[in-house]
Design a protein around this ligand. Structure first.
Ligand SMILES: Cc1cc2nc3c(=O)[nH]c(=O)nc-3n(C[C@H](O)[C@H](O)[C@H](O)COP(=O)(O)OP(=O)(O)OC[C@H]3O[C@@H](n4cnc5c(N)ncnc54)[C@H](O)[C@@H]3O)c2cc1C
Length: 246
């Protein structure tokens, strides 16, 4: 499996479209050997071929915790205006060979006593989903908020819902987006807040107070209620946002 240094030889085991612009890839060791373990928040450094003929490296966060399944899962957003790395990834088919640096974690989940608040935006869902899956498997409480443009553009929508996450869609209008001020407004000692969005890879949002896990909902505007006003059980619909639905 290991080529040189910490380079891994990987084979694409499956390619799954998650949205029109996002594909998930399951990667296995090329010779069937076990893959190195990692902690949630880690990413692979994948070698890509750029249109200029030069090899490059792109980071892709691991979306599923290291477990019994000896594989890595990543999801890649096609960036049409990018340098070609994501386009090259989107051209990969099942059986293709890849070279990648072993997982490295610059975005580790803080494991304190309080329930973490995980805030994801767009393709920034990948490391947060890994964290949420790990926390759920451990039976630990957490809060999970995921902001995207629309349901159609949302990767891992069902998985986030199944994990009790709250979805917020702004319909392409930032003024209808997630109201972070409201989200973070209710103080409760010890909450760890972790955020990743497309434009802010690996930039922890802040460390703010925590509360107990919030309800699962899908919102279509920025009117996510302040945490202190959230009901203890999930409402049948997101009342503050319902009038704004299109
Ligand atoms: C730690 C980490 C984890 C990541 N995890 C993921 C992940 O899980 N999934 C994922 O899809 N991506 C992830 N990324 C981003 C990924 O590494 C690539 O940047 C992405 O796939 C785009 O690659 P690209 O070569 O197509 O475009 P890039 O050239 O890297 O371009 C990226 C963006 O920058 C813009 N851009 C590029 N050049 C210019 C320029 N000259 N002027 C203005 N704008 C420009 C492009 O429009 C594009 O939107 C991660 C990045 C980091 C650092």
């Amino acid at each position: 499996m290991t080529q040189a240094g910490d380079m891994l030889a990987l084979v694409v085991a499956s390619v799954t479209p998650l949205t029109p612009a996002i594909k998930a890839f399951v990667l296995r060791g090329a010779n069937g050997a076990p893959l190195p373990a990692f902690t949630p928040g880690a990413h692979l450094g994948v070698q890509v071929m750029q249109p200029n003929g030069h090899a490059g490296q792109r980071a892709y966060s691991l979306a599923r915790p290291h477990g019994d399944a000896d594989s890595y899962e990543i999801a890649v957003l096609h960036e049409p205006q990018g340098a070609g790395g994501s386009a090259w990834m989107h051209g990969l088919k099942e059986g293709a060979m890849l070279s990648a640096h072993a997982p490295r974690n610059d975005f580790a989940l803080h494991r304190g006593e309080a329930a973490p608040l995980l805030v994801a935006g767009g393709i920034g869902i990948t490391p947060l989903l890994c964290m949420a899956r790990a926390l759920a498997a451990e039976g630990r409480a957490f809060e999970f908020v995921y902001a995207t443009r629309s349901a159609q553009a949302t990767a891992y929508l069902r998985e986030v819902r199944a994990l009790g996450g709250t979805l917020v869609h702004d319909g392409g209008d930032p003024s209808r987006g997630l109201d972070l001020r409201a989200l973070l407004s209710a103080p409760a000692p010890g909450r760890t807040c972790t955020s990743a969005a497309r434009a802010a890879w690996c930039r922890p949002w802040s460390t703010r107070p925590a509360r107990s896990a919030g309800p699962m909902r899908t919102c279509t505007s920025n009117s996510l209620p302040a945490r202190s006003s959230r009901p203890a059980t999930p409402p049948s619909r997101c009342a503050p946002c319902a009038p704004a639905r299109r």
